[in-house]
Design a protein around this ligand. Sequence first.
Ligand code: AMP
Length: 254
Amino acid sequence: MKVLVPVKRVIDYNVKARVKADQSGVDLANVKMSMNPFDEIAVEEAVRLKEGKEHHAAGTADEIVVVSIGPSQAQETIRTALAMGADRGILIQSDTDLEPLAVAKLLKAVVEEEKPDLVLMGKQAIDGDNNAVGQMLAALLDWPQGTFASKLEIKDGKAVVTREIDGGLQTLASTLPAVVTTDLRLNTPRYASLPNIMKAKKKEIAMKAVADYGVDTAPRLKVLKVTEPPKRSAGIKVADAAELVAKLKSEGVL
Ligand code: AMP
């Protein structure tokens, strides 16, 4: 089985985002960038499918291809995935942050070329929080989708996906090929070992341009303004539970 994992280079989740003075977006100058955390989970699950870790049978996946759409520095993101155990990478170079529909169209073109049995990707990129590309890609391909996976099993040629939904867990079985998007509890991604980082340097990354795929990536959305979240006002200290209850009552909370 061949698995395609789309990975995005985003602002590191530990960095406090600073909004640009003109409110046009987040200032990314000299900011630490990393692989989107949900995509790390997707890479980890693909590698476990290959290695036969946890509940997966060894060899469920035989090839893992990672693809990123982004600036040339996104090669580092791809290298991280290769060091975790992916086999080869594709970088579609773009210096602008493309909208979900454009990303989904490019990924569809990659899927048509690569013909994977499974696209395993993050449920959302933590920069734009769109939570859209997986669903759009499944729709464009007319493939089944299992979103927010907290468990994935490949059984009898089907993807069995346990999903985190309001009020509980839902288990779906879908035919392959399919798109599966990862939630936080699916796994804990590994750190790449030094020997694997060295080995990853020799793995292939194919360099492509958006124009190679002949898809319309023109923006449909306009950002009006980006602002910082409102600052929290200072709290107060109360002596005991009785004072707390009295305060909540006098402030109309209870
Ligand atoms: P989003 O819909 O933007 O929140 O992204 C959902 C998922 O789509 C991410 O977790 C990635 O797996 C994939 N994705 C989004 N943008 C890109 C990109 N520029 N390159 C590769 N994968 C992407």
